[in-house]
Design a protein around this ligand. Structure first.
Ligand code: SAM
Ligand code: DTB
Ligand code: SF4
Length: 322
């Protein structure tokens, strides 16, 4: 088996110290060796079960313990989810990501319904992705059998900083789920959030951990904190846009084959800065006015940006069954 070369913290620190334009140039070169630089993958998110989560993630509007005013919603019906998936496909998304505010998946009727959602989305010819919290090895295998393309499970920050953000689970719990996903043959989607009060070293350590997973994640979402009123991080300072671009570039160099997805936080980032992040190797965005519960740029604003930059969206596959 081919093993990827180890990415050291020292190397990432050297990248971080590189003048920004040289770093972006290097990342752009790596990007062109592994990807079509004029192609962007559009993904659509849907919250299939909203709020009431028992975890204490300090950034999250869906944690039951914070008063964020969010309306809770039980697991959506299959028909509603399929309607949203079809609309996403019509709007150019090739990946549909279903998110649930679960600590972990339970072996119950909800899980059976989610398995149906996965196989039906796959039958539309879209990549099916889920983010449902912790999974056992058996649950991961069942999702694989249902046709799941990818499972999103973020490490969020460095192991050192993790305990100051989340106390109800351990970093190792996240790594265990990621291992179950990889062992089941599902692509791993794992990334993080910047703007949680972490140091530069924490950001680089997160990239170090992601880059040294075997295999490397197929997809790396880069979120910047969307501060939500009622969460402990509601007053957190905004991340500097150039620092965000630097992280995108470093992630691209450290994980050359991965899709680097610009996730939460794009709404407040100017379009020129987003273009610079695309130059630095980001090749996917979430489209549609909503992420899970917070706002995202309107679809026509994103379409206009892609058109201006002459970026093509990658092809939506033909339906498996018509
Ligand atoms: N409950 C599951 C879990 O935590 O794995 C799945 C859903 S959870 C909302 C998915 C991811 O959304 C989190 O790992 C986190 O990275 C991101 N997220 C949640 N709230 C956010 C916020 N306010 N700003 C930026 N990213 C956020
Ligand atoms: C990821 O890393 N970001 C997306 C997706 N994976 C599931 C979720 C962002 C959620 C932002 C807060 C919200 O809308 O609730
Ligand atoms: Fe729950 Fe996920 Fe939000 Fe944490 S990030 S509180 S696990 S929904």
């Amino acid at each position: 088996m081919m093993t990827e070369k180890t990415i050291s913290l020292n190397y990432l620190e050297t990248l971080h110290d590189t003048p920004l334009l040289d770093l972006v140039f290097e990342a752009a070169s790596v990007h062109r060796q592994h990807h079509n630089s004029n192609e962007m993958q559009l993904c659509t998110l849907l919250s299939i079960k909203t709020g009431g989560c028992p975890e204490d993630c300090s950034y999250c509007p869906q944690a039951a313990r914070y008063n964020t005013g969010l309306e809770k919603e039980k697991l959506l019906d299959l028909d509603i989810v399929m309607q949203k998936a079809k609309e996403a496909k019509e709007n150019g998304s090739s990946r549909f990501c279903m998110g649930a505010a679960f600590r972990e998946v339970k072996d119950n009727n909800d899980f059976e319904r989610i398995l149906k959602m996965v196989s039906n989305v796959k039958e539309l010819g879209m990549e099916a992705c889920c983010t449902l919290g912790m999974l056992t090895d058996v649950q991961a295998k069942r999702l694989k059998e249902a046709g799941l393309t990818a499972y999103n499970h973020n490490l969020d920050t460095s192991e050192d900083h993790y305990d100051s953000i989340i106390k109800t689970r351990k970093y190792q719990d996240r790594l265990n789920t990621i291992q179950h996903v990889a062992d089941a043959g599902i692509s791993v989607c794992s990334g993080g959030i910047i703007g949680l009060g972490e140091s530069i070293k924490d950001r680089l350590k997160l990239i170090e951990t992601l880059a040294n997973l075997t295999p490397q994640p197929e997809s790396v979402p880069i979120n910047t904190l969307v501060p939500v009123k009622g969460t402990p991080l509601e007053n957190q300072e905004k991340v500097d846009t150039f620092d965000w671009i630097r992280m995108v570039a470093i992630a691209r160099i450290a994980l050359p084959k991965a899709k680097i997805r610009l996730s939460a936080g794009r709404l407040t980032i100017p379009k020129e800065a987003q273009a610079m992040a695309f130059m630095a190797g980001a090749n996917s965005i979430f489209t549609g006015e909503k992420l899970l519960t917070t706002h995202n740029p309107a679809a026509d604003v994103d379409k206009e940006l892609l058109k201006t930059l002459q970026l093509k969206t990658n092809k939506v596959l033909e339906p498996v069954l018509s």
